[in-house]
Design a binder for this molecule. Structure first.
Ligand code: SF4
Ligand code: SF4
Length: 108
């Protein structure tokens, strides 16, 4: 379940840097959580870090996004795949350009 910041937010900005998924941004009036990126910190921490640091306790579960822990983990894996789109495929396709010379450093 994604979390949601309510109107009690005082825009203190301490939650944004602690989010491991870059799910928190400053909205028009208060900070907002992108439900497509919030995993409740599953896979990173035991507790939602934004909730831990928020001084006014204005972050609640968002019932609009009911998700089980396996679903949250799957979301995290999707996020990580998107961030690193080359997850150890089959062919590295790295073709080092062979140098033409036989001896490289042979001062005469
Ligand atoms: Fe980010 Fe975790 Fe807060 Fe979700 S619960 S917004 S992943 S810090
Ligand atoms: Fe708002 Fe709480 Fe985040 Fe501060 S930590 S910006 S009060 S949601």
């Amino acid at each position: 379940m994604s979390l949601k910041i309510n109107e009690l937010c005082v825009n203190c900005d301490v939650c944004e840097p602690v989010c491991p998924n870059q799910a928190i941004t400053q909205g028009a009036d208060i900070y907002v959580i992108d439900p497509a990126r919030c995993t409740q910190c599953v896979g990173h921490f035991d507790e939602p870090q934004c909730v831990v640091v928020c001084p006014v306790e204005c972050i609640d579960p968002d019932p609009a996004y009911p998700e089980s822990e396996p679903q949250l983990l799957a979301k995290l894996l999707r996020l990580q795949s998107a961030a690193h789109p080359d997850p150890a495929g089959d062919a590295p396709a790295v073709a080092p350009a062979a140098s033409a010379g036989s001896d490289n450093a042979a001062p005469t």
